[in-house]
Design a protein around this ligand. Structure first.
Ligand code: RIB
Ligand code: CA
Length: 307
């Protein structure tokens, strides 16, 4: 069976790095577009190329938006470090960015068999929709990591990818295109723990890729332990990849989703309408509620460690 064709829109980022590795294993990644979020888009673009180098792949990397539509960037340096990968030593990028025209790439290189997997703020996607309202008709669908029906992580009510650029998210959700939304309610079901990582048998323990993956998990778990007191990390961005490559492991249901733009305490909140309304059926936005977390984690460990 042919692999799904993906474009990954990303702000690498510790979990973005894992998602990129998994996407290249399970799918045909036709391109990567970068966006400001966890770190600056310049850093994110370099990180994306460095991860492609680790995978020995020449996937094109197109630089995108450097700032949200209507606010200043608020990078997640406290979680992902200033450089986006917690200062992990990786060789410098072997090549420069393919272009600084991510929007044009997303407009011109999509096809009805291409899924766009957005695992950072939705600034690029919103700009694409602003320029071409038919875009959703020209792609297979949009699988995004962001938001959630119950609370946030960057504030009590907002998840980071939405909070970073709520105006962009508002454009995307109002477009009501074929969208899979992997929110925190879903991604927090897939937790990788320090204890599990220690128990995994590494097929190639001395491989530079294994070393990066180990450093990547160690850094994010160390950071989250300091921030949250837990020794595990949710596989946020990988869920948005698996929702396309392994849909049988998920349950997504149609819901009307709106984005709060003005609330003092709720700006960036995704308001998922749980009311039984006949209009629910008209929503093309499918919100993820269930995932076979054990099956997803087994796939993650098999790809990352050859276990
Ligand atoms: O809230 C989690 C999301 O924010 C993930 O995409 C992570 O990489 C950060 O961008
Ligand atoms: Ca991300």
């Amino acid at each position: 069976m042919n692999k799904p064709r993906l474009i990954i829109d990303t702000d690498p980022g510790h979990d973005d790095a894992i998602a990129l590795i998994l996407a290249h294993h399970f799918a045909d990644v036709v391109g990567i577009t970068t966006v400001s979020g966890n770190t600056s888009v310049e850093n994110g673009t370099k990180n994306a190329i460095r991860i492609c180098d680790l995978l020995d792949t020449s996937t094109p990397v197109h630089r995108g938006a450097s700032a949200p539509i209507a606010s200043e960037p608020s990078f997640a340096s406290e979680v992902h470090g200033v450089d986006g990968l917690g200062g992990i030593q990786l060789p410098d990028p072997s090549r420069s960015e393919t272009s600084d025209r991510a929007i044009e790439f997303l407009l011109d290189s999509v096809d009805t068999d291409v899924w766009v997997v957005a695992i950072g703020p939705l600034t690029n996607i919103a700009q694409v929709l602003t320029r071409d309202k038919t875009w959703f008709d020209r792609i297979a669908g949009l699988s995004l990591m962001g938001g959630g029906p119950y609370g946030g992580n960057v504030t009590a009510s907002a998840e980071f990818n939405i909070y970073f650029d709520p105006e962009a998210a508002d454009v995307v959700f109002r477009a009501n295109g074929n969208t899979l939304m992997s929110g925190l309610n879903l991604t927090h079901q897939v937790q990788i723990s320090e204890a599990e990582l220690e128990s995994i048998n590494r097929a190639s323990p001395d491989d530079p890729r294994t070393d990066f993956i180990d450093q990547n998990f160690a850094r994010i778990i160390e950071t989250l332990r300091d921030l949250t007191g837990t020794s595990e990390v949710a596989m946020h961005d990988p869920c948005a990849v698996f929702a396309v490559t392994h849909p049988e492991l998920f349950e997504f249901v149609p819901r009307e989703v709106s984005v709060e733009l003005d609330g003092t305490l709720t700006r960036g909140m995704t308001v998922v309408d749980e009311r039984w309304r006949v209009t629910r059926k008209q929503s093309q936005i499918k919100v993820g509620y269930e995932v076979d977390a054990d099956a997803v984690k087994t796939l993650i460990y098999q790809v990352l460690y050859g276990d």
